[in-house]
Design a protein. Structure first.
Length: 314
């Protein structure tokens, strides 16, 4: 049977809560050193989500499944956010981070083709080319002004790979795990490398009031709500369908960054937004009409997006 389409409410929630994380993250890193921010982010989110899972009497992953949740958490949480926040500290604009990480659908398609036996096809090849163009256009100003390898770009690429690999790995090995328990475990696991890095790097609080507001918003809106919705959506709709939302997340992040931080995207980033959106649209077209294993879907109001990858629900 065809896999259930993603409700508009779910798609909107993932888009807005993920997009606001970029300007809030930039505010937090400006007020406090990034690894200290992540220690608070991961620690507080783990406590909130573990309490939620316990109150809901959710089943916790065990045995080999627990190990798979840990691996996915290290990729999605630790690798992505440690690299992303270091890039913000080094001066990366929030919208640039959003554009690079938004290439998640393209890298997800490549990884899924490799590990889930999904054919790429001509549309996905075209999406890959446009995705590369989008990243190069968005990063053009930094690349031209930097001699040698720009650490910001390197960090953002690693963050992107962590997110994509984690999404595909979770789809393959973690289907059926309660999203609250999974999010709690993954935040707790990510806390370990973040704490180690925090102990090895200088600590400073530049603006305690701003740090408090930014970290509170980050934990409640992004670390707890956004990631939980993201993980649950992958389980219900597959990594491909969720990854398509990254076509609009950068645009939402650009508007929010302009309103919150006053950061206007330059022409390269604007071209990257357009090319990235087209790349994600091309990639989404290849998912339509595919078959998937049955999944238990949440009640739907208005539907959108595309079906999940086959094999997404194990």
């Amino acid at each position: 049977m065809d896999s259930p389409r993603m409700p508009l409410t779910t798609a909107s929630a993932v888009t807005l809560t993920y997009a606001i994380g970029y300007p809030i993250g930039a505010l937090a890193v400006a007020a406090m050193t990034p690894m200290a921010v992540l220690v608070l982010r991961f620690g507080l989110a783990a406590i909130i989500l573990a309490s939620w899972a316990t109150l809901a009497r959710a089943a916790w992953p065990r045995g080999a499944q627990f190990g798979h949740v840990v691996v996915a958490g290290l990729l999605i949480q630790a690798v992505q956010f440690c690299c992303l926040y270091e890039a913000l500290l080094l001066g990366a604009p929030a919208v640039l981070c959003a554009v690079v990480v938004a290439m998640n659908p393209v890298t997800t398609a490549i990884l899924a083709a490799t590990f889930l036996r999904e054919p790429l096809g001509s549309r996905r090849v075209a999406a890959l080319v446009l995705g590369v163009v989008a990243v190069l256009a968005a990063c053009a100003k930094r690349v031209m002004s930097t001699h040698g390898i720009d650490p910001v770009i390197a960090l953002l690429v690693v963050a992107l790979l962590g997110l994509s690999a984690g999404g595909v790995y979770q789809q393959r090995y973690c289907a059926g795990v309660d999203f609250r328990a999974m999010s709690a475990v993954q935040n707790a696991v990510a806390l370990l490398p973040a704490t180690a890095l925090a102990l090895l790097t200088p600590f400073a609080v530049h603006d305690a009031a701003k740090a408090t507001v930014a970290i509170s918003g980050m934990v409640l809106l992004n670390a707890t709500l956004a990631v939980s919705i993201y993980l649950r959506a992958i389980n219900l709709h597959g990594a491909a369908a969720v990854a398509m939302l990254f076509a609009v997340i950068p645009a939402a992040a650009a508007v929010l960054s302009w309103l919150i931080l006053g950061q206007r995207p330059d022409i390269g980033v604007a071209i990257g937004l357009l090319a990235g959106g087209v790349a994600c649209w091309l990639n989404s077209g290849t998912s339509r009409g595919r078959r998937a294993a049955p999944a238990v879907a949440a009640p739907e109001l208005v539907t959108c997006s595309a079906p999940a990858y086959p094999g997404g629900q194990n």
